[in-house]
Design a protein around this ligand. Sequence first.
Ligand code: XUL
Length: 515
Amino acid sequence: MPLHLGIDASTQSMSAVLIDAERPECALCESVNFERELPQYGTSAGAVAEEENPLEVWSYPLMWLDALDMLMLKLARRANLAEVVSVSGDGQQHASVWLNTPDAFLGLDPSKSLSQNLRPHLSRTRSPIWLDASTKEECAEMAAAAGGDERVLQKTGSVMTERFTGAQMRKIFKREPDVWRATRRIHLNSSFLCSALCGSDAPVDFGDGAGMNLMNLSSLSWDADMLGACAPNAGEKLPKLAPSSTVAGCVCEYFQKKYGFSKGVKVAIFTGDNPSSLVGSGDSSAGRATVSLGTSDTFFCALEKFSAAENAHIFGNPSGGFMGLVCFRNGSLARERLKDSLGIDWNFFDGSFESYEPRADSKFILPFYADETSPKLRATAPAFFGFERPPEKIETVRAFIEGQCFNMFLQAQRLGGRPGKITLTGGASKSEAIAQCLADVFEAEIFTISGSVNSAALGAAMRAAQWGGEESLEKLEAAFCKKSRFKSPRKEAARAYEKKIPEFAKLLEAAAKDK
Ligand code: XUL
């Protein structure tokens, strides 16, 4: 049976899913949790924050390599890896890996571990990751050098963003000149792991490359102005850019000898975790969107054309074209704080839309407990508007959820189009209240994914099957992205919200101005 392997290198763990396109029910999943299974690195949920400056957050490339060895060992115990015909993967976006040579991956020795093989080639043992927010100064410098925020947005699909790799590279160039000089290759987490797998220097795909503020989304190449704004010789240190459909090579001898892979197993280049989730959620084509409700909430959707949008990030869509992503900092943590402050439980929270008929009144909550990124505003507590008396608990919950959904709708609208179908994923995706409110606010059908496979890892396995194994995306989506309809929009509620949303937008705008 030809099997396709997807590897998802996320922040807290590395997971694998092995699929057979003819037998979708038999997907095999394995995972390595960084904090628990690789305690020697001392990470907390896969990351380390600097004690004196918690804005600085990193992880360890050697830990990721140890996890890859561990994951392969676990897989080899449960499956015959000689049956794998193609592999692909994805990684947390923005994280950079610093190497003293692009040839580091050649001739990996199977008598040693991956980390032993590659340790001598790291010019820096730490990898700044997406949780790092320490590059405010470098963002300002790069924006100024490249002609201002708007120009950077139009070129790279995002304004200068602290966690993005370009600003992180500039920071290391400024503060660690020896490291900068010694470095001849800067990989992303995704292209680094792909390189290890095929034993050669792999390209960065358009999906993950767009998360660096260095790629020009019109020409799909490294942008000379952005590279110039970043640091001297930055371009020479980066891998090539390539479409996500590129086959980088074959699984190298290291994995053949150690874990039983066959010769000639194709490796489709890795992408970022969000682009991979777009594929794994079955939302690769325009007109649909995914809402992931997690620590922070994200909204993302496929876009046919590149069009920059304020507060959004545009990345390459692995299936062709682009994708827009909006990230909301006040997600599950904000909902949890509301629940705790009201002394209610999740059943009360989730049941709050049962027999609720929204009216077009002017009662609103701006649902932010902390500074928000979309839109950019400062906040420490939710703000109440239009309530004559302190609201009942249930009223508070409803207005809070409405506030989150109104904001998501307003920010998502900037990406153009209106999704008729939304797939809900993430921890809070079972919430009846949030699902109903999203359905009414977006006037969209809400679906949840039937299987329990993590959507990024599944997307990676689907990409392996598509580009390395020649399966069609349509067939893969029909087999692996089965969804159930969860909630439908209600006409009356949608009409009420149509009136309320412009009023909410004004309150939001005023709050953002005050920042
Ligand atoms: C996206 C982002 C995160 C990471 C980790 O811009 O920073 O979603 O990809 O999941």
